[in-house]
Design a protein. Sequence first.
Length: 334
Amino acid sequence: MPKIAPPIALKPENPGAELRISIALSLVWVLACGLYLAFVPGAFSSLTHDLVGLVFLLIGVVFPLVLIWTVSYVTRSIRSIRTEATVLRHSMEQVKSVLENRSNADSSQLEQQLAQISALTQQTEARLARMTHVDGASTGDPLPTRTDTAALAVPQPALQDQNQSALPLQTPEGPERVPISIAEFIKALNFPDNADDREGFRVLRRAFEERQLGKLLRASQDVLTLLSQDGIYMDDLNPDKPLPGVWRKFAQGERGLAVSALGGIRDRSALTLAKTRLKNDPIFRDATHHFLRQFDLILVEFEQSAEDGELLDMGETRTARAFMLLGRVAGSFD
């Protein structure tokens, strides 16, 4: 996997040259002034016989010295800025090279790269939110019968036997397998924390086996990778946390002010970059709209069986943050 090399430390040419030149010029000027006053008859007495002459003497001696050292300081500053710009340019070229290599990576490499991108910052805010969310945030509407299975299948035909339990996620034809649980569903939406997160990759592989959920995860992976090309990472965002009732209203079809809290991304840089690319990049635009559709379909099913705390946990995942960011710039909450 390509890695970003450390920045190149560039040393300015002839460091200290400005200082030596300034000292030399200052000495030459002071010596010249001294020789003038010493050898020109009456020069010193004519300049110091009154206050005006003394002021002109001081200005004539001091002002060139001030000018010399001002030019020296400005020259050193320009040299330092030029050096820093060169280092930054080399760093950006290295980053660009890594991102180009990422676009050509195979599926397994992409998963590992995404995990390392996701680990740039720790999930402190997410863990804190789980400890602090309030018990009365529910809308008060009765929830369906609770099961631990993530019932996220596409709509099923009505069951003839009303006592029969709801079908879980649709799975590929073949040997019977245990449906993915709600906890695994949420973990899959967050993707692995880093390359050593074995449990995260195990859950992700199981999630990809679910047809509908697999579509969402692939769409999420695509937009997260595209956003990372602009330096936008979900761990860097700190959105306002919508209440469970807001997620439920959106899943039930409400739009406008009632669900505006879903657009709680406040990072102006991320919003501007995403909106500009959505407008100018057709590939990014198609990937965004496909991702928003897949998330909407999954949310409609998940909301029916999720408790309030699980909706809050889902809202803290990297996939949900991408939905909040892209949904806002695409106008999905209007």
